[in-house]
Design a protein around this ligand. Structure first.
Ligand SMILES: O=c1[nH]c(=O)c2[nH]c(=O)[nH]c2[nH]1
Length: 286
């Protein structure tokens, strides 16, 4: 039997890190989860167990903590780039680094007190390789939104298994995961995050929806229209079904006032919206 080693990577997943800035009496915190993943000259470790090219995952975790202490944690994209470049430039056997970070927001409750914001999580995935090529994908996950009007769904294919009644008025709810690819030259990751988030919400609220697919496209299109530094947006949107409860046994009407929020199964709508002239994505989405 003839076999060979295929694509592989290894790293430390989900290192939890909280960084406190104590400049004066008003403190600040960054709460993040860092996942690092390296690849390169890894034939020997897989084929013979020779670890000479392996930077231990434990070291990768320690590097994240040490870099937070030395450099602070600014924008997650910048911290991820710092780590990715370090791994590739410091170890000849490491040819490519992927660093993924999630950031959880905390609101201020006092000069040194915070309350966890229950909202969405900010994300990024950064790649860097030894030829100096790098990509940055930013995003958010769990942005939960709901429209109580302006959503219809009808005109779809009907076959012998179709039971869904057409509707001209339904609840439209989803938990948005959005990721966007920077073309390069983004001046402020925080600034583009705020613009993108506002654009996604505006388009969700402002689109009279004939399907969640149409809403998804409108959201991606709006995001691209407000952010020239972005060339592609990928959206994942579960259709969080809400169905009107039949209250007729109790002599009550129910015109979409009392709804059962269904957990599963759910429709899952996914799509990418990109500029006609978007450059090749390379490894950005990996
Ligand atoms: O917006 C929707 N898109 C669908 O493809 C679909 N399918 C379905 O059963 N309900 C919905 N809603």
């Amino acid at each position: 039997m003839s076999v060979k080693l295929g694509p592989n990577r290894y790293g430390k997943a989900e290192t939890r890190l909280v960084h406190v800035v104590r400049e004066g009496p008003v403190h600040r915190i960054k709460d993040i989860t860092v996942s690092t993943s390296l690849s390169g000259d890894m034939e020997a470790v897989h084929l013979t167990g020779d670890n000479a090219s392996v930077l231990p995952t434990d070291t990768q975790k320690n590097t994240a903590y040490a870099f937070a202490r030395k450099h602070g944690v600014g924008q997650i994209e910048e911290f991820a780039q710092l780590l990715a470049r370090h791994f590739v430039s410091s170890q000849p056997s490491i040819h490519h680094a992927r660093v993924q970070i999630e950031e959880y927001a905390w609101d201020r409750a006092g000069p040194h007190s915070f309350v966890r914001d229950g909202g969405e999580v900010r994300t990024c995935v950064v790649h860097h390789d030894r030829d100096g090529r790098g990509t940055v994908v930013s995003g958010l996950t769990d942005l939960v939104v709901l429209n109580t009007a302006g959503s219809e769904f009808h005109g779809y294919l009907v076959d012998e298994y179709t039971t869904l009644p057409p509707t001209r008025d339904r609840i439209l709810a989803t938990a948005v995961t959005a990721r966007w690819r920077h073309t390069g030259g983004t001046r402020s990751y925080a600034g583009s995050y705020e613009k993108l988030r506002a654009a996604l919400l505006d388009a969700f609220a402002g689109t009279h929806s004939l399907s969640l697919q149409q809403t998804l496209y409108a959201m991606g299109e709006r995001a691209l229209s407000v952010c020239p530094e972005i060339c592609e947006v990928r959206l994942v949107m579960p259709n969080k079904h809400h169905v009107a409860v039949d209250l007729s046994p109790f002599g009550l009407d129910n015109d979409n006032v009392v709804l059962q929020a269904l957990d599963r199964p759910y429709g899952l709508i996914e799509g990418s919206v990109l500029r006609e002239d978007a450059p090749d994505a390379g490894f950005a989405w990996e």
